[in-house]
Design a protein around this ligand. Structure first.
Ligand code: SF4
Length: 391
C-alpha cells in the first residue's frame, strides 16, 4: 500500500516566527537582495533564499504523517530522511527506527513475512532501484510505504534513463558516497562514470583527446566507474547528469571541459553525435540558494555563518561560495558559538571540526547568514539569538 496522498503541516518545533516575519517583510520575493535584520551592534544580512526546500518539506510532512497515522506501530526509515541530525533525532525520539540503506534489503524481506503490516519510509534522497522493486514485490498488504523521494531527484533518474535509452553512456557529476548518487547509479541502465571535481574532468578530457593511456584512466577512475565500464567503448557517446545539489559554477566548468574534449576529438560538426546537449540537473533550491549566497557575498558583511548538517552536500556549497569572499563558519547548532572569542565550526574539505578564536569583533558587525535546504527555521532563529546574546 503506497501512502502519498494526505499531507500534514510541519511540527511547530521546526518553525520560527522570527524567520517567518523576516521573509514576510522582504521587499520582493523574487529578488536576490539579502534580507536585513537589525539588532545593534549587529546587522544581520540573511540570504534571500535559504533553508527548507520543497523536497525536504514534503519528506518531513510525510514522515510525521506516517507517525500520526500509525500510532504505536513500528516505523522503519531507510537511511536519514534528510541530512540534519536534529531532525533525524526527533524522528528517532518519536519512535521511528532508522535503518542503514545497506541493511534495507534484509529488513524488507523479513517485514514481508510478518502477519501484521509494517510501515516503511523512503527518504528524500530516494533509494536504489532494487529496493523499490523489493518493496513492490512485498507489497501485498504486509508493507505500508511512505515514499518521500524528492521529485527533483526522480527528474535526474528520468534524464539518466532517457539518455541511456538513446544509447548514451553517463557522466555523473556527483559525490560518490552520497545516498542520492548511489540511488541514481542504480536507476540508470547505461555504463556510467562519476566525476567529482575539475581534476576528474581534466583526467577524463585527457583520455577523450588521446593524451592519456587506458592504464592511466583505469588508475584514476577505478572506484568511480560502473561494472564493465570500458572507456574506449563507452566514452564515444556521452551525456552528463548531476547530483541535484552540486555547485552550479563547478558543474558548468566541468561540462565545458568535457564538451571541449569531444569537440577537439571529433570536430564541432560531429559534436552532437557524441555529446548530448542537455541542461544540468541541479534542482531549483540549489540554484536559488547559491544565487542568493552570491548576492550575500556583496552585501558588505564582514563574516558569514552557514547553518546545516555537516554531511549536507547543498550546505557545503553555500559555505564554498561565501568562503571565497569572507571568513565563513559552518555550524550545525547555536551551541557551536561558545563566545565572542571562540567558535567551533566544520571544515568541509578537511572534514574536521575547527576552533577559531576571536571570530567576532567588538563594535558594529555585519553578519551574513544562510542555511542549507535541510536546516529548519527554528535553528536559524536560535543561531541569530545566540549571536545577539554576545552584544
Ligand atoms: S535540495 Fe533539491 S533535490 Fe534535494 S530535497 Fe531539496 S528540492 Fe529536492
Amino acid at each position: 500500500m503506497l501512502m502519498n496522498k494526505k499531507k500534514n503541516t510541519l511540527p511547530v518545533y521546526l518553525q520560527s516566527s522570527l524567520v517567518d516575519q523576516l521573509i514576510h517583510n522582504r521587499p520582493q520575493s523574487n529578488s536576490t537582495e539579502p534580507i536585513t535584520y537589525l539588532h545593534p551592534p549587529f546587522t544581520f544580512k540573511l540570504a534571500s533564499s535559504f533553508g527548507f526546500c520543497f523536497g525536504v518539506k514534503q519528506a518531513l510532512e510525510k514522515a510525521y504523517l506516517a507517525l500520526s497515522e500509525n500510532p504505536g506501530k513500528k516505523i522503519y526509515l531507510l537511511g536519514e530522511i534528510i541530512h540534519n541530525p536534529l531532525v533525524n533525532n526527533d524522528l528517532k525520539e518519536n519512535g521511528i527506527e532508522i535503518f542503514s540503506i545497506n541493511a534495507a534489503e534484509q529488513l524488507i524481506t523479513s517485514l514481508g513475512t510478518n502477519p501484521d503490516p509494517s510501515i516503511v519510509i523512503i527518504p528524500a534522497f530516494g533509494a536504489p532501484k532494487h529496493i523499490y522493486d523489493l518493496l513492490e514485490k512485498n507489497n501485498k498488504q504486509q508493507l505500508i510505504v511512505y515514499d518521500t523521494t524528492c521529485p527533483f531527484v526522480q527528474k535526474v533518474w528520468r534524464r539518466g534513463e532517457s539518455l541511456s535509452a538513446a544509447g548514451y553512456s553517463l557522466i555523473i557529476h556527483a559525490k560518490p558516497n552520497h545516498e542520492e548518487t548511489m540511488a541514481t547509479l542504480s536507476h540508470c541502465a547505461s555504463a556510467s562514470v562519476i566525476i567529482r571535481d575539475k581534476s576528474d574532468a581534466l583526467a577524463m578530457a585527457a583520455f577523450i583527446k588521446g593524451h592519456s593511456s587506458r592504464e592511466e584512466f583505469d588508475k584514476h577512475f577505478l572506484t568511480l566507474i560502473s561494472p564493465g565500464f570500458n572507456p574506449e567503448k563507452h566514452l564515444d557517446k556521452v551525456g552528463i547528469i548531476n547530483q541535484t545539489t552540486m555547485l552550479a559554477s563547478e558543474t558548468q566548468e566541468l561540462t565545458q571541459i568535457i564538451s571541449d574534449a569531444f569537440r577537439e576529438r571529433y570536430g564541432a560538426e560531429q559534436l552532437s553525435d557524441h555529446f548530448a546537449n542537455t541542461k544540468d540537473t541541479l534542482c531549483y533550491a540549489t540554484n536559488k540558494n547559491q544565487q542568493a549566497c552570491l548576492a550575500l557575498a556583496n552585501s558588505g558583511a564582514q563574516l558569514a555563518i552557514v547553518i546545516g548538517g555537516y554531511n549536507s552536500s547543498n550546505t557545503s556549497h553555500l559555505v564554498d561560495i561565501l568562503s571565497w569572499h569572507m571568513p565563513c563558519y559552518f555550524i550545525d547548532s547555536p551551541k557551536s558559538i561558545i563566545s565572542r572569542t571562540l567558535i567551533k565550526h566544520y571544515d568541509c574539505h578537511a572534514k574536521t571540526i575547527k576552533d577559531t578564536a576571536d571570530w567576532l569583533e567588538e563594535g558594529n558587525v555585519t553578519i551574513a547568514i544562510s542555511a542549507g535546504a535541510s536546516c529548519p527555521d527554528y535553528l536559524i532563529e536560535k543561531v541569530i539569538k545566540r549571536i545577539c546574546e554576545l552584544a
